[in-house]
Design a protein around this ligand. Structure first.
Ligand code: ZN
Length: 254
C-alpha cells in the first residue's frame, strides 16, 4: 500500500491538496453507473467497465450506490495521521470498487462470495500489461496481505504511463484485443463498440446517418446490421456472428 511520497515519486499528485478533486478527477458515466475517477485513468476504467459488461451484462453492473471511485483516505481500518509517509489507499488516486454488495471482501476467494468474471479480468490484466509494454499493471482483488477484495481494482504505474495508455484507449488508438463475440440487440460493451466502428468504416447509413459508437446495441445499430447483411447476401437476422464479422472486416478495409 502506497505512501503519498511513494506515489509522488511516480508523478501522482498529493491528494490532500484542497483543489485535488476538482482539478484532477471527474465523474465518469458509462453503462448507467457514475464513478469519480482520476483524469489520467479514464480510458482504462472505460475499458474495464466494457470488459465486465461484455462478460456479464449491463444489468449485472450495478448502478446503485455500491460503486466507489476516488475517495481521499488512508487505508481502511488504519488510523493513519495526515503524514505523507503513512499508508494511504489507492482509492486516493486510481482504485475503483465495483458491485460491492455482490462482491464483498472475503477471507479467501474460495469462499465464493464473488460473481466477478475472473477469466475476463485476467485476460484484461494481460492486455493492459501488453499494451503498455509492462509499464502499467491492473491489480485486482487487493494485495496479498489483506483478505481477497473482489470488488477492488487498482492501477500501478507512473502517472505519465497510465495517462498515455488511458488516452490511447479512450481515443480508440490502442490495439485492444477483442474476442469476436456474437452480439445482438440489447448487448453492450467493447465488442459492440467494435462492431459499430466497423459499420461506420464500412459506410453503412441508417436514415442517412452513420451509426454512433456508444457501445450499446440498440435499434439503430440493429437496422444498420440488417442493411449491411442484406447488401452482402447474408441472413438478415441483425445478429453479428462470424460470417457478418468477416464481411464487415472486408468492407471496413475496402
Ligand atoms: Zn477498494
Amino acid at each position: 500500500m502506497p505512501s503519498i511520497n511513494e506515489m509522488r515519486a511516480l508523478g501522482w499528485q498529493d491528494p490532500r491538496a484542497p483543489d485535488y478533486l476538482s482539478k484532477h478527477t471527474l465523474i465518469l458515466k458509462r453503462h448507467g453507473i457514475s464513478l469519480r475517477v482520476h483524469e489520467d485513468e479514464v480510458g482504462i476504467v472505460e475499458l474495464l467497465l466494457d470488459t465486465l459488461v461484455d462478460a456479464r451484462s449491463q444489468v449485472w453492473l450495478t448502478a446503485r450506490a455500491d460503486d466507489w471511485g476516488i475517495t481521499v483516505r488512508p487505508i481502511r481500518g488504519t488510523t493513519a495521521s495526515a503524514d505523507a509517509d503513512d499508508s494511504w489507499s489507492y482509492h486516493c488516486w486510481n482504485a475503483v470498487d465495483l458491485n460491492a454488495v455482490t462482491n464483498p471482501s472475503v477471507s479467501s476467494p474460495a469462499a465464493g462470495h464473488s460473481d466477478m468474471p475472473h477469466r475476463a479480468i485476467h485476460r484484461l490484466q494481460a492486455q493492459i500489461h501488453e499494451m503498455s509494454r509492462g509499464k502499467v499493471e491492473l491489480v485486482y482483488g487487493g494485495d496479498w496481505s489483506s483478505p481477497f477484495d473482489p470488488m477492488h481494482f487498482e492501477l500501478h504505474g507512473r502517472r505519465e504511463d497510465v495517462a498515455a495508455l488511458s488516452k490511447a484507449i479512450h481515443a480508440g488508438k490502442a490495439k485492444v484485443p477483442v474476442r469476436r463475440r456474437t452480439v445482438r440487440l440489447g448487448n453492450a460493451g467493447h465488442a459492440v463498440r467494435r462492431v459499430q466502428k466497423l459499420l461506420r468504416d464500412a459506410g453503412v447509413r441508417v436514415d442517412g446517418k452513420l451509426v454512433k459508437v456508444d457501445g450499446d446495441f440498440g435499434e439503430i445499430t440493429e437496422r444498420a446490421v440488417r442493411k449491411f447483411q442484406a447488401k452482402h447476401g447474408l441472413v438478415t437476422d441483425g445478429v453479428v456472428g462470424s460470417r457478418t464479422y468477416r464481411a464487415l472486416g472486408r468492407a471496413a478495409r475496402a
